[in-house]
Design a protein. Structure first.
Length: 256
């Protein structure tokens, strides 16, 4: 059963009872959550608590030992590897801490790659790539190589590359981890404004409370479980349908 929100919208990501072990290490111990279109969910928690494992499981990069992930109407566990890879290419964008731009290509060429991989013709890919760089405020740097960009500029190029295909879901792992606080702020404003405008669901792993403050909701992961959440309830309160739920309260520090 899916769980529409108050406006009747269905979740874009729907995870239930995710369990994943690396040998003896229980990285995920039963995590359930929903993320809605245009919503930004921050995942926080101590080092080693399972945040990146959760992100990779939601993205279908890791396959859980049990539990399900649904993106839109598709259950990842029911897809073969090639179909899962294709879904990831077409419907998911990724932003990492740093260094993910291809160093031998200019900024614009970096942004056009996902379009070309998706079969978009070169001329159109270039036009769309330029427009996306403009949208991120880095249109003037299209010809520069990554090494010629500041950390914040490079990260906005990386976000342009992640959003240029208009993914339904954006996964961001410490996207501000290598940035000074001003660049981090600019980056988060761009990322969250554009994701909301596009109706993209965002899962954002971060250690930084200031970065998490740009999210609509936060969860804290500890020892592979959701130990706390801030915002609206994560899943249906129906116990037959819900996995780990936590006590939720209004966000105390959300001040934008
Ligand atoms: N490929 C792997 N093989 C074995 N154990 C792993 C692997 N990846 C993660 N783990 C373990 O799973 C647990 C969760 O790791 P994960 O990387 O998800 O944590 P995290 O919360 O993202 O940590 P950090 O904040 O330090 O990045 C840790 O105990 C980690 O050592």
């Amino acid at each position: 059963m899916s769980t529409p929100d108050a406006q009747g919208t269905q979740p874009l990501i729907r995870a239930r009872d995710l369990v994943l072990n690396f040998g003896q290490t229980q990285a995920l111990r039963g995590i359930s959550l929903d993320v809605y279109p245009g919503e930004v969910l921050a995942v926080m928690g101590p080092s080693g608590s399972g945040k990146s494992t959760l992100l990779h499981t939601l993205a279908g990069v890791l396959v859980p030992d049990s539990g399900t992930v649904r993106i839109g109407t598709r259950v990842l566990g029911e897809l073969d590897q090639a179909t899962r890879d294709d879904l990831r290419l077409r419907e998911c964008g990724f932003v990492f801490q740093s260094g993910q731009l291809l160093p031998d290509l200019g900024a614009l060429d970096n942004v056009t790659i996902p379009l070309l991989l998706a079969g978009v013709r070169r001329r159109e890919a270039i036009d769309r790539g330029r427009a996306e760089l403009d949208r991120l405020g880095v249109g003037q740097y299209g010809a520069r190589y990554p090494a010629e960009l500041s950390g914040g500029q490079a990260q906005r190029v990386a976000i342009a590359r992640a959003l240029v295909t208009r993914p339904r879901v954006l996964f961001a792992d410490e996207p501000t981890g290598a940035l000074d606080s001003l660049s981090a702020e600019t980056t988060m404003v761009a990322l969250t404004d554009l994701a909301r405008a596009d109706g993209t669901a965002v899962v954002l792993v971060t250690h930084d409370a200031r970065t998490a403050a740009y999210a609509d909701r936060e969860i804290i992961v500890r020892d592979g479980r959701i130990s706390a959440g801030i915002g609206v309830p994560l899943v249906d309160e129906n116990p037959a349908d819900a996995g780990t739920t936590a006590g939720f309260s209004a966000h105390p520090g959300f001040s934008r």
